[in-house]
Design a binder for this molecule. Structure first.
Ligand code: GAP
Length: 458
């Protein structure tokens, strides 16, 4: 499949099946903003829950927090964002477009899309200028300079600013981390590739505080931990490229950064950054606020500013990688012997938005419907299920395949009358359990269903 075709198919599937819609679609949309529909928001939640569980619930050395999006403007002065969080951009005097100066060779000209911006004869570009990516806003009713602040461009800063409060209340010793999942906003000049680069997105970040001498070793440990996590949601190591960012491309305060890059259909692009930020952020906030941001070491009775290693992932980019990894098409033979192409999202069961489809074979047979509703009531407290009685059973399977539901349970006449042949011959109250990936079907007693499914979902 051609690369752009895969992306087009994924975007179309996301709309058709209620995963992702263009924001404000009825009004022509808003560039760089997306809405997650019923299936997409559950997938997103499952990814975030899985990250949260791995990072906080399963560890003793990381605690969570949920910071506000609006912060005192001085935070952004101290962190350096107000002065330096910018991209170089150029304006075209002809089409009035604004483009990233460092991405001109991958940006089509608005007037002559077969050429890149700046390369058509009609183009007339200005010299590059710095464009701050933070969304500016005013706190309170008066729109003057003294009330300016910004929508946060990363979740990290609230974890630095609250370092002392968390340290004192959670009573942690080094090494320990703070984890946060939340919205971030960047007025990207060139949002593109579906949800890959948007203006409103979510991050999952950990600020991990360590003794200065332990920083380099923790950078390596976090690299391994994060690769393992991606594997646990179905993204194999072989599809992730680890870029050891050269010193000249790193932030000046970083003593080491790994970018985890995924093989998206549109190219190998960053999924997550793991940065050894040294003591830069806490030192900046100590200087700017005049408050102490030090750690007191009980053993040596000394005070120092801890160093930080930060694994910072994008929720939306992870979701896009998961979608690209899961998307598959295969030719199959239907019940009537016809060949058709099956589209299937092969999500890891732990993040699949719906875990099990429940289908009465026929919807006009009250006994089948009653039993199917019984099975639904049995499973629903344990997992996300979808009850579907509309249309031929093959069509229902295909619909669930398209949203990546790993299991299907069909209630048929053998459920009511007893199994006709095989190991379970004569037994009533069994169902057909269908597996999404292999499309294999097996007979399972209803009493064993919950445990079987929970074990497979993980
Ligand atoms: N606190 C560090 C930080 O924010 P970053 O590399 O700028 O570092 C971290 O962002 C992650 O956030 C990226 O690896 C990416 O997954 C996600 N991200 C950044 N900008 C994004 C955007 N415009 N749209 C979607 N995700 C974005």
């Amino acid at each position: 499949m051609a690369e752009n075709t895969v992306m087009e198919k994924i975007v179309a599937l996301c709309k058709r099946r209620g995963l992702i819609f263009q924001s404000s679609e009825a009004y022509g949309g808003l560039n760089g903003a997306w809405d997650y529909g019923p299936v997409g928001c559950q997938l997103k939640k499952n990814i975030k829950d899985h990250w949260w569980k791995t990072m906080t619930l399963l560890r003793d050395d990381i605690v969570g927090m949920d910071g506000s999006i609006l912060m005192n403007r001085n935070v952004w002065k101290a962190s350096g964002h107000e002065a330096t969080f910018s991209d170089p951009m150029v304006d075209c005097r002809t089409c009035k477009g604004r483009f990233r100066a460092d991405q001109l060779d991958s940006t089509p000209c608005a007037q002559k899309p077969s050429k890149c911006a700046g390369q058509a004869e009609v183009c007339s570009l200005t010299e590059p200028r710095s464009f701050n990516l933070m969304f500016k806003t005013y706190v309170g009713p008066v729109e003057d300079e003294s009330n300016v602040t910004y929508l946060r461009p990363e979740t990290a800063q609230s974890m630095f600013v609250q370092f002392k409060n968390v340290l004192d209340t959670a009573r942690k010793k080094l090494p320990f981390g703070i984890a946060q999942i939340g919205k971030a906003f960047r007025n990207e000049i060139n949002p593109k590739n579906f949800i890959f680069r948007s203006r409103e997105f979510e991050q999952m970040e950990v600020e991990f505080f360590v003794r200065p001498e332990e920083g380099p070793a923790w950078l390596e440990r976090w690299l391994e931990e994060r690769l393992k996590w991606y594997e646990s949601i179905g993204i194999p190591r072989s599809k992730i490229h680890v870029l050891n960012v050269p010193a000249e491309d790193r932030a000046f305060y970083s003593k080491g950064t790994y970018d985890l890059e995924y093989e998206f259909p549109f190219g190998i692009q960053e999924l997550e950054g793991i940065a050894y930020r040294t003591d830069y952020d806490l030192t900046q906030h100590q200087k700017a606020s005049g408050k102490p941001f030090e750690y007191f070491d009980e053993d040596s009775k000394t005070k120092f500013i801890p160093h930080v290693v930060e694994p910072s992932a994008g929720v939306d980019r992870t979701l896009l990688a998961v979608l690209c990894q899961a998307y598959d098409e295969e030719t199959v033979t239907d019940e009537k012997g016809n060949q058709e192409v099956r589209t299937v999202l092969r999500f890891a069961p732990c993040i699949a938005p719906v875990k099990t489809g429940i289908y009465p074979l026929l919807k006009n047979k009250p006994e089948l419907v009653a039993k199917a509703r019984e099975v639904e009531a049995l499973l629903r407290p344990h997992m996300a299920v979808s009850y579907d009685d509309a249309g031929a059973i093959g069509r229902r399977y295909r619909r669930q395949d398209e949203i990546g539901t790993p299991f299907g349970v069909t209630i048929d006449f053998e459920t009511l009358e007893g199994v006709r042949e095989g190991e379970l011959a004569g037994q009533k109250d069994t169902v057909t359990l269908r597996h999404r990936d292999s499309m294999k079907q097996e007979r399972v007693p209803i009493v064993e269903l919950t445990a079987r499914l929970l074990q497979a979902i993980g």
